[in-house]
Design a protein around this ligand. Sequence first.
Ligand code: KG4
Ligand code: ZN
Length: 344
Amino acid sequence: MAVLGIETSCDETGVALYATDRGLLAHRLHSQVALHAEYGGVVPELASRDHVRRLWPLVEACLEDAGLDRRAIRGVAYTAGPGLVGALLVGAAAGRALAWALGVPAVGVHHMEGHLLAPLLEPDPPAPPFVALLVSGGHTQLMLVEAIGRYRLLGQTLDDAAGEAFDKTAKLMGLPYPGGPELARLAAEGRPGRFRFARPMTDRPGFDFSFSGLKTQVLLAWQDSDRSAQTCRDIALAFQDAVVETLAIKCERALLHTGARCLVVAGGVGANRALRARLSEMAARHAARVCFPRPEFCTDNGAMIALAGALRLAGGAAEPAAVRVRARWGMDELEPLPPCHAAG
Ligand code: KG4
Ligand code: ZN
């Protein structure tokens, strides 16, 4: 069953075709980074309009890449939230309309469940139970994945998400949008030991995070400095160290607390190399496994939505033909999958 996946929750138009028996057949992405760069952040209305322009050509391109006719599409999955409502509506309306025209079912997918399941696109996918660290621009959550569709929130950020902290910190040092990857690039040339920032909330029990104070620490250090290019790199490294170390401490705690033997990392910040190295080292110490999607499937993409949608459709998810999207959506509101489909 080839399922078309559509992702339009923010500033990437992602489209993919996924078959439960054959895996990923094709995927295409259009990033709006250049469109939003001059504004220093995502402009929601511009994002929606660009999704309208890009979506159909990407669907056509995916079908061509996979060598399929659109009648081969047996189901449509679109991101239904959380995200920018206008942007979500573009993908949801297009997905629903196509499904109706083809006479196939359509399902609205939770964006973060998409991220969480992205490691299943890789060879030797992890099987539940596992701990999942979801680190994106809008979310930082630690979950216990008891089964696919059954998620227990262990902890989350009380203020900024990790990706948001990267982006805001980069912005206050005058770095171009999007700040996360740029800050990570500069950190690679930073000299260790010159600056040190706190590891927020690691001295308290539990799994919650707080990253907003970190950017204030960076602001004070930056204002107090010579603001040279090397200082910028050194601060970037110290900031990245603080975020990475904080995430690693909480992940280690979650593995020990739950007894899970596997950690799955997903979301845009999962593309960060220092984080990948630090979590791999921590997991190895506990003889646990750590699974990351390839970097292009850490950030927003259509493949993760096609996969999550294919699992939901195979599990019997049937929705009335109504376009419904949500700007806010807790993962604990999701229905568990029936056991025979929950193994991935
Ligand atoms: O998952 P994603 O593509 O979109 C959301 O659902 O939010 O995540 C985007 C976030 C941004 O905050 C971006 O700065 C951050 O992920 N990001 C990174 C890196 N690549 C993307 N942060 C740190 N290091 C990176 N290499
Ligand atoms: Zn995302």
